[in-house]
Write a protein that binds this ligand. Structure first.
Ligand code: XMP
Length: 321
């Protein structure tokens, strides 16, 4: 509609006016906000923008390809990927406490992003940092809602401390649904534009226990199956999100083929929500649960049991860590 196109036109004009012939950098997370922000700035200033994507190894199946291949194909943006999965695994070795995990991931992320940004900035004299701040974030951070911080949130685009940039925030006046409409109008891949919320610390906080490469592979496989079946059943708009959690420190006895197994449980956490502040567990159709369970236990070697989380928020949070 004209509303979405006029949002795009106005924003593109404003970004052009702000950045002029300067250079900008934008961190991509694989999520909708940073992708739409980058796409708008790309449309405004083209090659004067460099996007940075940190692959910390905690992403879900297909997410890196979605950024490197589909986002780049849709926008023509210049992309610099930083491969740091090993570094994150090393930093997370032995870490099991949820808050410590979040702190380690957040700290490493900022260091890596800062280093990448400094490198690009030095080469290209970058003066602007693009951030996907939405209108509700602006209100929340300025408004002092008084809500206690229950978990430390670390998100892509955290501002490096000692680099001086002017901020470009093309989504500052928009709500999430408008961001999605703008993204679709700009031709971004549906996998990015329609993506359900996914936490900055990624799969790192969906492995209960230490994060290792093998455990990440197990969780990625189970998560991909759950997402595939939920999408095939047409449930993407019914559920707010469905974390898939690996109980890496728990084992239970099973029987598969003619052998006894001693494997790990996978938890499905489908929730319905308006804003993630409160949530209810989604009553998924039994047939869908059955398909997900059968496929995960057949296709993912380390998993011999699938369980369903039927806790609302409160008292449970949406994520397990
Ligand atoms: P909880 O688990 O607190 O989650 O009920 C509420 C919503 O926030 C998401 N979440 C995060 N998002 N960085 C994020 O960007 C984070 O560190 C983080 N932790 C939780 C969670 O997926 C849910 O949508």
């Amino acid at each position: 509609g004209w509303t979405t196109s006029s949002i795009i036109d106005d924003t593109v004009a404003a970004v052009r006016a702000q950045v002029g012939d300067g250079r900008a950098i934008c961190g991509l997370s694989g999520g909708v906000d940073s992708a739409v922000a980058a796409a708008l700035v790309q449309r405004a200033i083209g090659d004067q923008l460099t996007c940075v994507f940190v692959d910390h190894g905690l992403l879900r199946s297909g997410e890196r390809e979605q950024v490197e291949r589909d986002f780049v194909a849709a926008t023509g943006a210049k992309l610099h990927t930083v491969d740091v999965a090993d570094r994150f695994l090393a930093a997370l070795a032995g870490v099991t406490d949820p808050e410590t995990k979040r702190k380690v991931i957040g700290r490493e992320f900022i260091r890596v992003f800062e280093a990448a940004t400094t490198e690009v900035a030095a080469e290209e004299h970058v003066g602007f940092l693009v951030q996907g701040t939405l209108y509700p974030d602006v209100v929340e951070s300025g408004g002092g809602s008084g809500t206690a911080v229950i978990k430390s949130h670390h998100n892509v685009g955290g501002l490096p401390d000692d680099i001086e940039f002017a901020l470009v925030e093309p989504l500052r006046a928009l709500f999430k649904d408008e961001v999605r409409r703008v993204g679709r109008e700009l031709g971004l891949p549906e996998g990015i534009v329609g993506r359900q919320p996914f936490p900055g610390p990624g799969l790192g906080i969906r492995i209960i226990g230490e994060v290792t490469f093998d455990r990440l592979e197990t969780l990625r496989a189970a998560d991909a199956i759950a997402r595939e079946e939920l999408t095939a059943a047409g449930l993407d708009d019914t559920i707010w999100q469905c974390p898939v959690v690996l109980l890496a420190d728990v084992r239970s006895v099973g029987v598969q083929g003619d052998g006894r197994t001693y494997g790990h449980p996978i938890v499905l956490r489908p929730v319905s929500s308006e804003d993630a502040m409160t949530a209810d567990w989604t009553r998924l159709p039994y047939e869908v649960l059955e398909r997900i369970s059968t496929r995960i236990t057949n296709e993912v070697a380390e998993v011999n049991r699938v369980v369903l989380d039927v806790t609302s928020k409160p008292p449970g949070t949406i994520e397990w860590e």
